[in-house]
Write a protein that binds this ligand. Sequence first.
Ligand code: HMH
Length: 232
Amino acid sequence: VEKNGVIDRWVKKHLVLYTGATRHPFILSIRDGTIDFSSFKRWLWLAVLMGIWLTGQDYIFVREFVPFAASVLLKASKNSDDNSDTEVVLSGLASLSDEISWFKQEAAKWDVPLSDVIVHKSNQNYCRFLESLMLPAVEYSVVFTALWAIETVYQESFSHCLEDGNKTPPELLEACQRWGSEGFGEFCRSLKKIANRCLEKAPDEELKKAEVTFLRVLELEIEFWDMSHGGP
Ligand code: HMH
């Protein structure tokens, strides 16, 4: 095993897809300030009507992500040889609770309802994928790889919007800070360390499964951002 760990090896091996997820055109348009803001609120309403409002979609996603993270917590408490795993996952669950409150607050701020957001097809696929990972038979290293990838794509995307030279619209800075913050980055590094530790001990077949799961997360994250185009 290379000294940088399995995760770095996979990121390097699948860099095109990884960059596709962490530097999506939607994220780049936020960072460059080219996202259309003159009619942002009108766009929001239209997006709500079309069921593609990303905050609304992410609210739906996070509600499904909570039981997934809880299933990882359960596996950590049963399978892990390191007690600190459960603490890391538990802190992740605590931020998800915070995130749900924030979505509700954002919805109120923009005067858009969360109650009747239509679940977009891409989001439905993503939620179904999470559901499949919640099965007790799915290995700890596989679900941990998924948890790491899901959180890290968001962290790397939004921290890019905060890097030097950004022209991120002030209206979106709060959202970017939520996932792009140093604290969330530290959390993602903890996830990576645990994932690497599990993967280094995993048998070949399990390792292959984890790699496929990693790639599936990247595809689903790209499809999630693609919803911003308003397509089907
Ligand atoms: C689609 N991926 C998506 N939404 C999120 N909130 C995260 C990752 C990180 O929590």
